[in-house]
Design a protein. Structure first.
Ligand SMILES: [Cu+2]
Length: 275
């Protein structure tokens, strides 16, 4: 009997000692509750516990969050400032390049003036009518035996090739006569039909034609007439590229192939900045 009491006493004492340990307390309580048939206490989800801690229980976390916000704000302000400086410098550089380009084109002084001529339908056209369009301009005459037809064939092929690329703007081909004596409106209307459908023929009085050619520094000199009254006009053989601003951009002589001219115009179009 005494032995049994000692064993029970030891068990109770050992139990009390164990129950004082915190991790055992929890387990003990749970097991005790389960033993009496009650459900275990519900546990908060992990996320709720974290939120609870961050909202009121952990001021260090709150300070860290504030620091992060401050850093983000400083980074944004600093980045925005850098972007503003870059934009300002970039705009200044573009404006400087723009001014330099205008000065260079004005120094070239080719094709700066206006012209006023009749087209192959009899309508008066001036250079202003073509502002906003890329223009390929050629000076020649309809009685030219080979050079002018060859050059206009090449010019037409260039325009056709550029037409194939839908990303490029259309080019307006123009043909200005250097032989107003024979190249009237009707002669031009017959002549332009052999080339690109958009080709416009232009003529006028000798003074008007001379004025148009002078702006492009075109040389034209009629030779002596033969017994049939026929003659050849010695003239400059160049194809001029005029920008949508109406300024001379480039020229192509007879040595330039159709492919070279097409590529050059394509590059001009891609690097073009409106004045
Ligand atoms: Cu010719």
């Amino acid at each position: 009997m005494l032995g049994l009491r000692c064993i029970v006493g030891d068990l109770c004492g050992g139990g009390r000692l164990l129950r004082r340990l915190p991790h055992v307390q929890q387990k003990w309580r749970c097991e005790s509750v389960q033993l009496y048939g009650l459900p275990p206490a519900p546990r908060l989800p992990r996320q709720t516990q974290v939120c609870f801690l961050s909202q009121g229980q952990n001021p260090t976390g709150s300070r860290a969050k504030m620091k992060l916000r401050t850093r983000l704000l400083v980074t944004l302000l600093f980045g925005g400032g850098l972007l503003a400086v870059w934009w300002f410098v970039h705009r200044e550089k573009q404006q400087k390049l723009h001014r330099q380009r205008i000065e260079q084109l004005q120094k070239v002084a080719v094709g700066q003036g206006d012209f006023s001529l009749l087209d192959h339908t009899g309508r008066r056209r001036t250079k202003r009518d073509f502002l906003g369009s890329w223009v390929l301009l050629y000076f020649g005459f309809t009685h030219c035996p080979d050079i002018c037809p060859d050059e206009l064939d090449k010019l037409s092929a260039v325009v056709l090739a550029l037409d194939q690329d839908a990303s490029l703007p259309p080019v307006q081909p123009l043909f200005i006569t250097v032989d107003p004596e024979r190249d009237n409106v009707a002669a031009l209307a017959r002549y332009v039909k052999d080339f690109h459908p958009r080709l416009i023929g232009l003529t006028g009085t000798p003074e008007e034609v001379k004025h148009a050619g002078r702006d492009y520094r075109v040389y034209a000199n009629p030779g002596p007439k033969d017994e049939d009254g026929d003659y050849i006009v010695d003239h400059t053989i160049l194809i001029y590229l005029v920008s949508p601003d109406g300024l001379f951009l480039d020229y192509y002589n007879r040595m330039k192939t159709q492919e070279q001219i097409t590529e050059s115009i394509r590059n001009h179009m891609k690097t073009y900045v409106r004045l």
